[in-house]
Design a binder for this molecule. Structure first.
Ligand SMILES: [Zn+2]
Length: 327
């Protein structure tokens, strides 16, 4: 699915510049060697946060509101890293290796409020492509390890293998790979060019976005688009065109973006999933943003980019940065 001017370029979390060096993972000693090498760059994952500092990056996301970039704080390996969960994330253009280490409560000193430890939602847009890829990959892998400590075949404990890219059953040796759950996210546009916006059943007043949902087993992306729209608002779409995709490690998704059209405008919402849904014209959308009646999805989300693709301009060109975003 090549990028063209018709698709969304430079999605905040799809900018990774890392070589993932998949073949190196097979050598059982690779992590030990890298953690003994002072040239290796180590990044710590604490919960869902990583240590960042000002500077060193240019925000690469189109329409970004961030002038001053952020960079990940990297360090040399330390002896204690050998006992931590290690993740070989990849190498940069100079062949420098990047290893994530997961530090948890058992290591002490975990203070989410500590200065400079940010979530990917907070930092992602302001990181340069390399650092965005490091954070996104490390978080996705750490999330998977945290929830797959037991074998799905026999229930025995599993342990990390292949430099953090496999978990192996300690009883019968079966290997289990990191999972990624695909979800489709789509604009739905009516014959008058109006966009369908929905508010999730548990979202606060004023929080609206385009519709989204997980792809089910045995289902194509396009079929998932049609099913989700029909389920949530009772509308049949005529077709769906691919717009772009990005990893979304909250905790383990990849979001595949589409734009869909429909000739039906009567909405029948599913109250289990939706609190409300409405059609908005471009003029109405700009007015709702300026008046603060609705807020738009956060800067790193593909949802924001899909809305801007429909709107024909960035949200920040309608309202000052920070006023309209925040989820
Ligand atoms: Zn097993």
């Amino acid at each position: 699915m090549a990028l063209t001017e018709e698709t969304l370029a430079d999605l905040a979390l799809s900018r990774s510049a890392l070589d993932r060096v998949a073949l190196e993972r097979r050598r059982p000693e690779i992590l030990t060697e890298l953690l003994d090498d002072p040239r290796t760059r180590v990044v710590e994952v604490r919960g869902d946060r990583m240590h960042v500092a000002p500077g060193g990056g240019t925000a690469g996301s189109a329409g970004s509101a961030t002038d001053d970039g952020l960079r990940l704080v990297l360090r040399a390996p330390e002896p204690a890293d050998h006992a931590r969960l290690g993740l070989l994330l990849g190498r940069d253009g100079d062949r420098t290796a990047y290893v994530g280490v997961v530090t948890q409560a058992a290591d002490g000193e975990v203070d989410p409020a500590q200065d400079g430890w940010l979530t990917l939602r907070q930092a992602g847009e302001a990181l340069a492509p390399l650092d965005a890829g490091v954070f996104t990959t490390a978080l996705a892998l750490a999330n998977w390890h945290a929830t797959h400590r037991f074998c799905p075949r026999c229930g025995a404990p599993t342990g990390p293998a292949q430099a953090g890219w496999v978990r192996r059953c300690e009883r019968e040796g079966s290997e289990h790979y990191p999972r990624t759950d695909p979800a489709v996210i789509m604009s739905v546009v009516d014959p008058d060019g109006r966009l369908l916006l929905g508010r999730g059943a548990h979202w606060p007043e004023g929080r609206f976005s385009v519709l989204a949902g997980f792809v089910e087993p045995g289902e194509s992306f396009e079929a998932a688009v049609a099913r989700e729209v029909a389920e949530e608002v009772g509308v049949s779409v005529d077709g769906a065109r691919y717009l772009g995709n990005q990893p979304w490690p909250f905790p383990s998704s990849v979001m595949i973006g589409f734009e869909a059209t429909t000739r039906e405008t009567a909405l029948t919402i599913d109250p289990v999933e939706m609190a409300e849904a409405r059609w908005v014209s471009r003029d109405e959308y700009r007015d709702l943003l300026r008046s603060g009646t609705i807020r738009t999805p956060s800067g790193i989300s593909i949802a924001k980019r899909i809305i801007e693709h429909w709107l024909g301009q960035t949200v920040e060109s309608v309202v000052p940065p920070g006023l309209a975003t925040g989820f």
